[in-house]
Design a protein around this ligand. Sequence first.
Ligand SMILES: [Fe+2]
Length: 729
Amino acid sequence: MSLFPKGATEEDIERVYLEAHKETRIDYSKTGGFFGPKLRNINHLEVGRSKVINSWYVRTAEYILVFYERTLEWLKKVNRALYPRKTTIYGKRKDAYITGKLTFAMRDDYAIPLHNMPVRFWARTWFGGWRLFAEGYSDRDGLVRIDYDYLESRRFRYKTFHFEICQLSHFFFNPNDRVGSIEWEVFERIKIPKSDLTGMGYNIGNLQLFFWEYRRDVAFPRVVINDHDEDSPEYYSDGRNDAIQQQFVPIELTKEKHLVQIKLDPDSISIPSIQADYPKNLTVAMEEKLPYSTRCDYWFGRRMMNGMNCATFLPDAKEAERYWVKYFGACDYEVNDEYAFPTVEIKFHIPKGGLPIPEEIITTGPVSSHDKDQFIKRNFTPADGDRWEQAKRVARVSGGLSTELDDHFAGTHVNTEQFSIAARRNLRKSPLATLLFPHLKEVALINHSADSILIGPGYIPKASALTARGIVQRCTDMMGVMDWKNWEPMEVINERHTYAKAENLFWEVVGEFVDNFFEEHEVGIIEEWFEVFRFSEDLVQNSAEAFHSSINWGTLTKEEKEREEKRVEYYHARFRFDPDLERVRYKGKLRAMSPITTNPLAPEPGDMENLKQACKYAIMMATFMHTWVNEHQYEDIGEILYSSLGLRFGEHKDGIFRDESDYSISPDLTRATQMMWFSNLLSRTEYGFITRNEENDIDPLFRDILEKKRSEFKNLYVEIDNIESRTNI
Ligand SMILES: [Fe+2]
């Protein structure tokens, strides 16, 4: 019997789960010290050797560098204290003006004005003091005109003049009330020689600003980041960088040790020894307590439903209580020859009030190096003995990679980034900035890192079937099923569907918070409706092509057509995408995102509701949806032989249908240590939580509403203190 380990019951597994969970739970408290090895910052992580500084010589140099940087920071503070930039306006008359026009800078958007950008006109005295002469905003057409006192500017005491364009930087909430304050940072500063200010008007001309520009090399919304250290639209907070350093250095050193061992003495290292060197994860700990507890059918169904994958169960068309979970594999994406990535369809029986029990597994596509037929099918049932056990592992692996790419990377990271870019480009005076920015910050930065750590030359193309190009192709398709409109939390199948219950509960929390915010700020939101209009335009026009519309149905074979129909049906259910909505066609493509409003002047009936829904969706993706898949990586893909992101074809005629003891199909030693590094990196270094509110940027109301549901969440195995306020890892 494979439903439970021999002689064990459901209660036994639940007991070892709770014990192992407690034992392996990740603690996000601070560790490490000043004299420990240092990781320069999150941007410097690499799959190979990250820039960990672990020799005394380099560490001394690093110490001096840190000292130098801190001294610089201190000098800047002194400078700010000596030369405060007070907001008192100097000069009483308004008889001269600075004018100009602000637009974006890319070839295809340099005609788009930058509206509502805060601008300031400063004079500096001979002693370095700052004197504010005028301030204001660009208008809807990007035009700037701020008036100042001409005679005042002629006084000898002023040496230079500066025109500054600012962007919104951070939000802070007073911990005792809900009053938020905004920090502005200088985005661009232009020096104006005093000798040029001769007439009554000075025109700075048309300034094209490279401000949160969309990348044009991928067909879904990503921001341009040329250099994450020097020229980035935003930067990580210090706290975020500290957290990764404190949590991650031991893991990084373990990977380094393995890479050296593999190079110098490969016989001294094996898959089990690699596993043993990393912190114990949930499945390893459970197996120690009760062998087979994580390989049995009960656990397989329980994790598919309530683990990292939190799969979507589609009811069978004919049989009652039968459901299908589908993980689509390589399909037509670019793949390598080393790894298999078959499509896996799993039939489950979900009895009333029970957990899903797997009844059948169907794989489609190549599973050995001897047969590369894309549509070859294999069926397995529990009666198949060892083959059934192997098929469950194949299902876990295809499920793991699908979840990583489709749900984690596309569904939360890139999905949140598309809101982040549109918000940053357009929301400034609107109260919506206060609502959204704390939840949208840093996602563009972590996605930029993911391009190199996980995609591009990174881990996934080397440890799975998909090439970097294949991942981008897949992400483009996935982004074609992301839309805020008509999105609803997952339908709860029964009492044991604790994941779906938690998702619904969190959606209620977000709903109450956003509804409340809108009640309080409705006037302000309507007053700045133009910002909402531009936000909506950017969201829609830059969103990916709707997946179902991007398929060239006429060119497909019968089998391809069947496969694509299945994918469309499953993805629409999975991402709760409503294909029947009327969508915008822009530049020849039907766009996945629905418009919030089409009126630049004022909301039309239904628009405010649209806006609320879009905000709720963005916050939901950035917080709960990301946290779930991110923190459970450590549990569900934290054991090399239980579930990696790829199984190699190997040389055996049975291909990937082999026991776990055949290491020729598991990840090789390098990929194995990188896999452990990667799941630990992502799950262990979270920072920025709603209840912990480390940076005072979370609206206390959101925190309070969540706090009231603490025990309800706990009953669903969710610790609210671990729910992130933003997607930044
Ligand atoms: Fe993540």
